[in-house]
Write a protein that binds this ligand. Structure first.
Ligand code: ADP
Ligand code: MG
Length: 265
């Protein structure tokens, strides 16, 4: 409240700045435009879902935002800073965290130890963890494990976790880096219905604390977490709006019906 009052005094009438502002983003592979003039604007604290048929360019868009792939055109502004050509580690340091489709936790370490590694940024620091970690870090780990619903498994080796729990641990490891923007590529892939529902709860609890961009196919899940959806088709933005607007958009229906009816998956 106080912070908001101070902020409003500093910038009395300026509209809220977008956290992420992607303009005319393009990338080509072997002459084929995989992302083709994409505009995408995320406001702070927003949860946005990116949907589209397989091959629409969703993962590539995340690759471009996180610096894994370099764009051949367009700009990416993050917190007003041009990050378009920064290397991935600088983009991560600027505040963009990413969870990949395939989890990369350390199976032999416990849940807490995995979080400690994430907090210390590099596995090579693990040998010095006791020196590296302070009490506030331990408290932070407890807070994040609570957020991702793994407090009761903190001492469990990661190899004993279910598929869903492993995904939540990896979300926790991304959160340990305190990212402003979290990129989640198909976080519910392979999850049970219960695990998917719990993932929606986790994301809903993070709303407002982090800005989240999620690639997802499961429309029940999308309905649970999202207000605004961006639909991609052949590298372009086909539509953007509320789930009701998207589900009744004839162009979206035609594209999805033509490509196997993902909207009804
Ligand atoms: N590094 C790459 N080299 C060549 N083609 C690629 C590369 N990355 C992605 N593609 C192609 O770009 C298209 C979009 O892929 P992707 O972004 O993974 O789609 P989505 O995540 O929407 O299913 C696909 O046809 C894919 O084969
Ligand atoms: Mg993909």
């Amino acid at each position: 409240m106080v912070q908001r009052a101070i902020a409003s005094r500093l910038v009395p009438s300026s509209p809220q700045q977008a956290l992420l502002d992607v303009r005319g983003l393009e990338v080509s592979f072997s002459g084929l435009k995989v992302v083709d003039g994409l505009d995408l604007t995320l406001m702070p604290g927003e949860v946005r879902v990116l949907i589209g048929a397989n091959g629409a360019g969703k993962t590539t868009t995340m690759d471009l935002i996180s610096g894994k792939t370099k764009p051949t055109g367009g700009t990416i502004l993050f917190k007003g800073r041009n990050i378009t050509h920064l290397p991935p580690h600088e983009i991560a340091r600027a505040g963009i965290g990413r969870k990949f489709q395939i989890p990369s936790v350390f199976k032999d370490l416990t849940v807490t130890e995995n979080m400690q590694v994430a907090l210390c940024c590099s596995p090579s620091v693990f040998a010095n963890l006791r020196q590296c970690l302070q009490r506030k870090d331990q408290e932070r780990i407890s807070t994040i494990l609570h957020q991702v619903g793994l407090s009761h498994l903190s001492r469990e080796p990661a190899c004993n976790l279910s598929h869903g729990q492993t995904q939540w641990l990896e979300i926790g490891m991304v959160l340990a880096q305190s990212p402003d923007l979290v990129l989640l590529d198909e976080p519910t892939a392979g999850m049970t219905v219960q695990e998917t529902r719990k993932t929606a709860e986790i994301i809903n609890a993070l709303r407002g604390k982090h800005t989240i961009l999620v690639v997802e196919h499961d429309m029940t899940f999308v309905r649970d977490i999202c207000h605004i959806i961006t639909v991609m088709h052949q590298g372009r933005k086909l539509a953007e709006g509320t789930i009701e607007a998207i589900e009744s958009n004839p162009e979206v229906l035609e594209v999805y019906l033509g490509s196997g009816g993902v909207i009804h998956a």
